[in-house]
Structures are given as structure tokens and as C-alpha cells.
Design a protein around this ligand. Structure first.
Ligand SMILES: Nc1ncnc2c1ncn2[C@@H]1O[C@H](COP(=O)(O)OP(=O)(O)OP(=O)(O)O)[C@@H](O)[C@H]1O
Ligand SMILES: [Mg+2]
Length: 253
């Protein structure tokens, strides 16, 4: 479980996160939604320790990040897997080398142990014959799978994904979302996903944090989001005609 308490983050004079508090639960896909510029990536990077909030606390199963020493922070970092926006694979490395990278960085595992683990996670994301391919030789959906395999190769307790399905066709996007949800439940990971995709909300929204201008405007789950009369949520959902209809159907039930 990750507990975020009153987190504030500014860049220069502009305050981006204005006192955000929430809980991201273990074994659940926790989504952060909100318009472009609402602060989703800044919040995710604050969880990762890339940004340092000027106030508030973030605790990882009771470990308050700002109170950890350098060794404890390093240890915690090895417990986090990250899928960056746009996959961010190393272009000159093969798929297998990309996935092996965190193990070479963070563990002392020998070659055969690394290879065994790489085989296992590539199989888990349904990529069997891609080991020797370069990222440029596989599709966008396959690249996302490689990024997910790399993020889980070190058995993370926490998995952060920034727009994992952006740029994919709707079917592939749902496959990727469902893969992340399955892995989250199978390995009991605390997963946090940034998205502005209402499809993701409907498919995997165990917990949804809705950010508006750096403030928590609403939180709930995928059933609740279509029933709430919270104005900000309604405006966000209603921006898509399709989901306007979905919401109307939900309310009629
Ligand atoms: N390193 C930075 N320095 C200064 N301003 C920043 C920095 N990172 C983000 N911001 C600002 O913080 C605000 C929120 O940005 P953020 O990237 O979190 O939005 P987002 O919700 O992730 O949007 P999107 O859906 O487009 O990815 C934006 O106004 C952005 O310009
Ligand atoms: Mg973003």
C-alpha cells in the first residue's frame, strides 16, 4: 500500500500538486486520471522519487520516503518497476537485453539465472520468439509488452505505468490493460497507472483518483464513476459521446 498525504509540488512559482492525499492499494490497479496538465506525471514521478515534494509524505507500506537514508532509498527503488510513457526501450539492445537490464543493474545474478528469469517474464507477457529482435523490429503493442516484462523482471512490489496504452489501437490497448491487471493480481503488486483513457477506467479501474488542476477532485472505483454526480467527473466523462451514453445506461440500470 502506498499512502500519499498532503503532497505539494511546485516548479518555480507554479504549484502543480496542491495537497494531494490518497491511498493506492496492494493487489489493485490504481488509476490516476485527469486532463492533460492536471499533474498525473508529476505525481507519479513524485512516487518514484524523481520529484521531491516540498511538503507532505509518501509512504510505502509504512516506510516514509523522505525519512529513509540513502541505502534504504536505494533498496526501495529496487522494489519499483516502471513503464514509462512511450515504452522507452533501449533501441540498440535486443528485447532480451532490454529485459535483462534491471537484473544486471540491481542484482548479482549470474548469466544463467538472468536468462531463466528473462525467459519467464517474456513468456508471461506472451512474447516467445522475440528475444533476439530489436525494438524497431516489433510492433508498438509488442514494445509495450517488452516494457512491462522489463518492469516486472525484478519482482517489484510496486509497478508504475505512465499511459501504458497510449498510441495503441483500442483492442491492443485493452489487452495491455488486462495484462497489467492480471500481473498485479497474480503477484500482489501495488500498481499505479496514469491514463486519460475512459476505456481503461471501465476495464481495470479498481481505484480511480481523479486529478483536476493538481487537486484530488474525486476518487472511487469503476462502478462509482458512472454513478457519481460530482460535477468535475461528469464534465470529464461527458467529454466523450460514447461514455456519455455509457453513463446514461449505467444510471438507467
Ligand atoms: N520538470 C518540470 N518543470 C516545470 N514544470 C513542469 C515540470 N514537469 C511538469 N511541469 C508542469 O506541471 C504541470 C502538470 O504536468 P504533468 O506532466 O504532470 O501533466 P499530466 O497530467 O501528466 O498531463 P498529460 O496527460 O499530458 O501527460 C504542467 O503544467 C507542466 O507544464
Ligand atoms: Mg503525463
Amino acid at each position: 500500500m502506498i499512502e500519499v498525504k498532503n503532497v505539494e509540488k511546485s516548479f518555480g512559482d507554479s504549484k502543480i500538486l496542491k495537497g494531494v492525499s490518497t491511498i493506492f492499494e496492494t493487489g489493485k490497479t490504481n488509476l490516476i486520471i485527469g486532463q492533460s496538465g492536471s499533474g498525473k506525471t508529476v505525481l507519479l514521478k513524485s512516487l518514484l522519487g524523481i520529484h521531491t515534494p516540498e511538503s507532505g509524505t509518501i509512504s510505502f507500506d509504512g516506510r516514509i520516503y523522505s525519512e529513509l537514508d540513502a541505502d534504504e532509498k536505494r533498496e526501495l527503488r529496487t522494489e519499483i518497476g516502471m513503464v514509462f510513457q512511450g515504452s522507452a526501450l533501449f533501441d540498440s539492445m535486443t528485447v532480451a537485453e532490454n529485459v535483462a537490464f534491471p537484473l544486471k543493474m540491481f542484482t548479482n545474478d549470474d548469466k544463467s539465472k538472468i536468462q531463466e528469469r528473462v525467459d519467464f517474464v517474456l513468456k508471461r507477457v506472451n512474447l516467445i520468439d522475440a528475444h533476439k529482435k530489436l525494438p524497431s523490429e516489433i510492433s508498438g503493442g509488442m514494445q509495450k509488452r517488452v516494457a512491462i516484462a522489463r518492469a516486472i523482471v525484478n519482482n517489484p512490489k510496486y509497478l508504475f505505468c505512465d499511459e501504458p496504452n497510449s498510441g495503441l489501437d483500442p483492442n491492443t490497448a485493452i489487452l495491455i490493460d488486462n495484462l497489467i491487471k492480471e500481473i498485479t493480481e497474480e503477484y500482489n503488486i501495488t500498481t499505479v497507472i496514469n491514463t486519460h483513457d475512459m476505456n481503461s477506467v471501465m476495464e481495470i479501474g479498481d481505484k480511480i483518483l481523479f486529478l483536476k488542476n493538481g487537486v484530488k477532485a474525486w476518487e472511487g472505483n469503476k462502478e462509482e464513476i458512472f454513478r457519481t454526480d460530482n460535477e468535475a467527473v461528469v464534465a470529464f466523462v461527458y467529454s466523450s459521446n460514447l461514455f456519455k451514453k455509457v453513463r446514461e445506461a449505467y444510471l438507467k440500470e
